[in-house]
Design a protein around this ligand. Structure first.
Ligand code: 5GP
Length: 354
């Protein structure tokens, strides 16, 4: 899609980006070439190439298909050096797209064959974040450690322990905990004690909620309440949610991280104009436009803003407000929020609003 320079130049906040789902085709090629040079067995990425070709042709994809792609990418990103390369490249790509504040998230993994542990995984992400800062990239980056609900409770417990340690030692770079993974797997209520434990230690909670219809689960999650909701696709009554769920989200003013292309490609939303953005935005609820997995869904944050604006007939002033108001939802203190608001004010005069 041709993206209008207005959306590229718009300063943007990205709050829902999974590191491995954000991997670009260039980074995949870089890692494959590196593996070849090092004489490693080449990974068969035919399924990923087919997926990307299907996207270009506008073919129907499935929600389960996304998770197959994550599993394939995890086979490629199986060592600390690869984790650092992907993180560095993802940060640079977001910076080039005009993202000025970025909260990345990722699930720490152990790969005994390469010596990668959950701890060294997180250290590799953090070292890439520090390198990007030292390189002078015009982007502020924070990190959330993710629990994969598809894995067992013992793993979730270890992940929370690690998140608490890094929250205390990372000098403010680790800011929160994400709960993600296949929503068809396990009962999310079993993970709630870990979420509460993380919150008690100061970590913010960004929780994937209502990606598929499940009233009991969605109600339990929104009642926590989390600091932000990821997707929130099926919160509404008649749509797999309930009025009580909607009322709870409104009561707590819990910001929604909305990822339009992701929901269309994963087929949890039937068309852009049916996207739940409209319901929440029209109600004045805090909404943040995000990419989810810019690599897997072949998108960019600029493109997501453009899609939102063209689908819902937003004026450029409204798009500007949407971006500016996203600052309220970041996991940072008022000093950082004021800093970003000043930056936005400085950038405004450089944009063409007509
Ligand atoms: P990673 O955590 O390895 O950096 O990013 C990929 C992982 O993020 C996936 O394996 C999955 O656990 C999670 N993820 C990425 N996109 C989505 C999504 O749209 N929904 C859910 N529930 N999880 C996702």
């Amino acid at each position: 899609m041709e993206v209008d320079p207005f959306y590229r130049n718009l300063p943007k906040i990205e709050l829902h980006a999974h590191i491995n789902g954000s991997i670009s085709t260039e980074t995949i090629d870089e890692l494959l070439a590196k593996n070849q040079q090092e004489g490693k067995q080449q990974l068969d990425i035919t399924a990923l190439q087919r997926w990307k070709a299907g996207l270009e042709k506008g073919e129907s994809m499935t929600f389960d298909g996304c998770f197959d792609m994550f599993r394939l990418i995890h086979q490629l990103v199986d060592n600390c050096e690869a984790v650092a390369i992907v993180t560095r490249n993802v940060i640079r790509e977001f910076a080039e797209d005009g993202v000025r504040y970025l909260e990345l998230r990722s699930t720490p993994r152990d790969v005994p064959e390469t010596g990668m542990t959950k701890r060294s995984y997180v250290e590799s992400v953090l070292s890439a974040i520090h390198e990007s800062k030292d390189a002078g990239l015009d982007i502020i980056v924070r990190f959330m450690i993710a629990i994969d609900r598809g894995r067992d409770l013992k793993t979730a417990q270890e992940t929370v322990k690690l998140a608490k340690e890094f929250y205390a030692s990372s000098g403010g770079v680790v800011v929160g905990l994400d709960l993600s993974g296949d929503p068809n797997k396990n009962d999310v209520r079993d993970y709630i004690p870990f979420l509460k434990e993380a919150r008690e230690s100061g970590l913010k909670l960004a929780i994937h909620t209502a990606e598929i219809p499940n009233v009991t689960e969605s109600l339990a999650l929104v009642q926590l309440p989390p600091d932000r909701i990821g997707h929130g696709t099926f919160l509404q009554p008649g749509d797999g949610g309930s009025q009580e769920i909607v009322n709870t989200v409104i009561k707590y003013k819990t910001p929604l991280e909305l990822c339009l292309s992701s929901n269309i490609i994963g087929q949890t939303v039937t068309s852009f104009d049916n996207h739940h953005f409209k319901f929440w935005y029209d109600g004045g609820h805090p909404c943040v436009i995000c990419t989810d997995d810019k690599g897997i869904f072949a998108t960019s944050l600029s493109q997501e803003y453009q899609i939102t604006a063209s689908t819902f007939n937003l004026t450029r002033d409204q798009v500007w407000e949407l971006s500016l108001k996203s600052i309220e939802a970041i996991f940072a203190d008022d000093v950082m929020k004021d800093k970003l608001r000043n930056l936005w004010a400085n950038e405004k005069s450089k944009l063409e609003f007509t």
